[in-house]
Design a protein around this ligand. Structure first.
Ligand code: NAD
Length: 470
């Protein structure tokens, strides 16, 4: 039977499933699960010649580490339960990738398409000032980011509102992340989630035992991949797989899907969609009448990166992929998890796999607090040192490297190089933490439960070490 509990209850259900493998007493577990602060607000905004009362939320799920962190969603479906669930998932996600934040999430119950840019700016700035009034935003309190329906533009309005209300606050830029680079953002944030997905799946595919169990060889090269969604997450995930030798056999967007067992030229598909308005009709590919059909096509790796609940009790048994990398939040229902688990499919959970965005948001926050671009202090130093080492080796050996080798060896790190490197290290390290836990539990649970255990252990220890106020 399909889901009959709320989103937040679903998160609690997964939590409870994992909690029994931890050593914490019931009170600590109860505290970890609970949403610490919920701020529901209603405020008036003049839209046209009428006053509209806007409903909005900010939820801080856990204060075990501060600031809280999580995106702001603009959607007509925003409700308290959803914001609470997403905030809770942020707590566990941050713990898994060792980002020192508690979970948070915000939402405004509007369809942004129904408003002009000026009206959206008014709504956003009013929301930001409500957060300031209640002390629900700040570099050490709560640091939002983009989510559905928001992006760099909204983040710019929010940071500007915050800075205006807090004149002279030297760290004001760190009150929000996902800002455009010109407004204090960090290079590499846009592609971070897709790149994190690539690093995470690459790591999983590098472990011989696990690949053998799936009947696959190690490595990404030659793996057949299907991606659903060509938005920020899906496009960048597909791009990094494609650029690194995977074969993109299927792609899906809301208008339908395309499949070619011999591979699709990703950049040509994107150009084709740009010129025709659809991925359908791409030369050499078979058209599939809907996006869901694409999920069932033959492949090694399936990356649903668009919507939630797309793999569920009604289609899970028809999925042919051996690995599912959850790019979107919640693309698999608990029922699908069960069906696929029994089939031996490896599911790499969203809580870990799409954490590249929050990881790089953490780097942006650090950049804002340190008031210096990554690489500014050491790029030239590294280049000079590399040049000295190279010329010493050349004079000792009497051999010269080529110009392109010289450029590569001498290159000192730019901001984006350091961001990629920090993200890669994070995704690799965290995958092994989850897998080690999975091995410890003798592979009797799925990777999602193992990831929850890792998260609960970290948050639980933090609460124990914080102590409980008398
Ligand atoms: P996006 O809006 O950029 O992209 C979503 C894409 O999915 C769009 O291209 C849209 O046309 C497509 N789509 C819509 N309906 C579809 C359908 N039925 N079939 C196939 N494609 C369809 O959003 P995004 O930022 O890429 O986010 C996608 C998912 O990833 C969401 O679940 C989001 O919460 C999650 N996520 C995003 C980030 C991030 O950094 N952007 C981080 C973590 C998780």
């Amino acid at each position: 039977m399909e889901q009959h509990y709320s989103f937040f209850q679903g998160v609690e259900r997964n939590f409870d499933k994992a909690a029994k493998y931890t050593r914490f007493e019931a009170g600590i577990l109860e505290q970890i699960k609970a949403c610490n602060s919920i701020y529901k607000m209603k405020f008036p905004v003049k839209i046209g010649d009428k006053i509209e009362v806007i409903e909005a939320y900010r939820v801080q799920h856990s204060h075990h580490k501060l600031p809280c962190k999580g995106g702001i969603r603009y959607s007509i479906d925003v409700n308290q339960d959803e914001v609470m669930a997403l905030a809770a998932l942020m707590t566990y996600k941050c713990a898994i990738v060792n980002v020192p934040f508690g979970g948070g999430k915000g939402g405004i119950k509007i369809n942004p398409k129904n408003y002009t840019v000026f009206e959206l700016e008014k709504i956003t700035r009013r929301y930001a000032s409500e957060l300031v009034k209640k002390n629900f935003i700040g570099p050490g309190i709560d640091v939002p980011a983009p989510d559905y329906g928001t992006g760099g533009r909204e983040m710019s309005w929010i940071v500007d509102t915050y800075a205006s209300l807090k004149p002279g606050e030297v760290d004001a830029l760190a009150c929000i992340t996902g800002k455009p680079v010109t407004q204090g953002g960090v290079n590499g944030r846009t592609e971070a989630t897709g790149l994190g997905i690539y690093y995470g799946i690459r790591e999983a595919c590098g472990i011989e035992d696990d690949m053998k169990a799936l009947g696959l060889t190690t490595g990404i090269k030659g793996k057949r991949v299907v991606v659903q969604g060509l938005g920020n997450v899906g496009y960048h995930a597909a791009k990094f797989f494609y650029d690194n030798g995977a074969i993109i056999v299927g792609l899906a967007e809301y208008e339908g899907g395309i499949y070619n067992a011999n591979g699709l030229a990703l950049y040509d598909v994107v150009a084709h969609r740009k010129s025709t308005g659809s991925i359908l009709g791409f030369p050499g590919a078979t058209d599939l009448k809907n996006s869901l059909e694409t999920l069932e096509m033959d492949c090694d790796i399936l990356i649903p990166a668009a919507l939630e609940n797309v793999v569920n009790a009604s289609n899970a048994d028809r999925i042919k992929a051996k690995i599912i990398g959850e790019g979107a939040n919640g693309p698999l229902t608990p029922e699908a998890d069960e069906i696929l688990g029994k089939k031996g499919v490896m599911i790499i959970p969203d809580m870990y796999l799409n954490a590249g965005g929050v990881t790089v948001s953490y780097f942006e926050w650090l950049k804002n607090l340190s008031h210096v671009r990554f690489g500014r202090m050491d790029k030239r130093f590294s280049e000079n040192q590399n040049a000295t080492i190279l010329s010493t080796v050349e004079s000792l050996t009497g051999k010269k490297v080529t110009d392109s080798e010289r450029r590569q060896i001498q290159h000192g790190p730019d901001e984006v190089d350091l961001v990629y490197s920090g993200l890669e290290d994070t995704m690799i390290g965290s995958y092994h933490e989850i897998r080690d836990q999975w091995i410890k539990l003798e592979k009797k649970v799925d990777l999602r439960t193992a990831a929850f255990v890792v998260a609960i252990n970290k948050v639980g220890v933090a609460y124990e070490e914080l102590g409980i106020f008398p």
